[in-house]
Ligand binder design. Structure first.
Ligand code: GLU
Length: 304
């Protein structure tokens, strides 16, 4: 059975299933999205694209961008990055403050908000023009000059970003933020606002399915060893307090965002992006999780 056949079959099945979950509303711009959107794109190791539904429509990738900021920061900092951020699953919601106090301002991992904010702080210290240089990096990895931030989404998030402000203030107090907190938060909101379609997302993450090397251009985006570690962090921390559940049911390294997107990679096999904006209680796309669970079951392929 071809990937396309399976994707189409599961897409049709899930279109008939009663929808669960709610669109994220705490970022006002995200609440305007049509909750029935549903798209999937898989790119296989022969660079064949298999896609259905709203797979060419750009949406806010939100926390999925944290994998890209981690890639750039880890490439630049090497292992010293881990002096300021852990690599343990948090078992807590993405914006939780409680753990951070116990852990003396060292976030559990780079994919919870606190960890991604420290990554932003690091990039601001290292780059002359962090916003421009980061989006250039994303464009290079995605081989797409059209990829951009959404100023509207970033502004909308900033307007109600009280929890992220609390997180950064706490970390500043513990000495784990080096730059002006307003500047770091603005950069964080911008990076979360990046828009991509499922097709663009799956394309962007090919380097993580191909041991760090872009299969099309041959560029070594990041080393083999660091790729292994980024995939490991996606596996253990990519879905907040549902990372165990995703591993258990889907069995692939992946990352979700509150815009309803999920990216997952099967090393050497494929990169797959799914988008459906209704989120379950843990903040992950309800249909996206369902789709990927059925997909790895049906294909009988997972990293385990
Ligand atoms: N920009 C979102 C926030 O900081 C990211 C959360 C997510 O996508 O999981 O709340």
């Amino acid at each position: 059975m071809s990937y396309l056949y399976i994707i189409e079959e599961l897409y049709n099945q899930l279109n008939d299933v009663e929808e669960h979950g709610e669109v994220a509303t705490y970022i006002r711009e995200l609440s305007h999205i049509d909750s029935d959107k549903f798209g999937v794109c898989l790119i296989d190791s022969d660079n064949q694209y298999h896609q259905v539904g709203d797979s060419d429509e750009p949406f806010s990738i939100q926390s999925i961008a944290k994998v890209l900021s981690l890639t750039l920061a880890y490439k630049m900092a090497g292992e010293s990055l881990w002096d300021r951020i852990g690599v343990e699953p948090s078992g807590s919601p993405f914006n939780s403050l409680v753990q951070l106090e116990y852990d003396n301002g060292i976030p559990r991992n780079p994919f919870i908000n606190a960890g991604a904010i420290v990554v932003c702080d690091y990039l601001i210290s290292q780059l002359d023009q962090p916003e421009d240089e980061f989006i250039s990096f994303v464009r290079r990895v995605s081989k797409n000059e059209q990829i951009n931030y959404s100023e509207e989404i970033a502004a909308s998030e900033k307007a109600t970003g009280y929890r992220n402000a609390a997180l950064i203030n706490l970390m500043k107090d513990f000495g784990n933020i080096r730059n002006d907190i307003g500047k770091v938060l603005d950069f964080y909101f911008l990076l979360c606002s990046i828009k991509m379609s499922c097709r663009e997302l799956a394309r962007t993450f090919l380097y993580l399915m191909n041991y760090g090397k872009d299969p099309e251009t041959g560029e070594q985006v990041i080393s083999l060893s660091k790729t292994k570690r980024i995939n490991a962090i996606m596996q253990t921390c990519g879905f907040y307090d549902e990372a165990g559940e995703f591993s258990f049911k889907v069995g692939l390294p992946g990352k979700s965002g509150v815009g309803g997107g999920i990216i997952a990679v099967h090393p050497k096999q494929y990169s797959i992006a799914v988008w459906s904006p209704r989120l379950n209680k843990k903040g992950n796309s309800w249909k996206g999780m369902q789709f990927l669970e059925r997909f790895t079951t049906k294909t009988e392929q997972s990293i385990f």
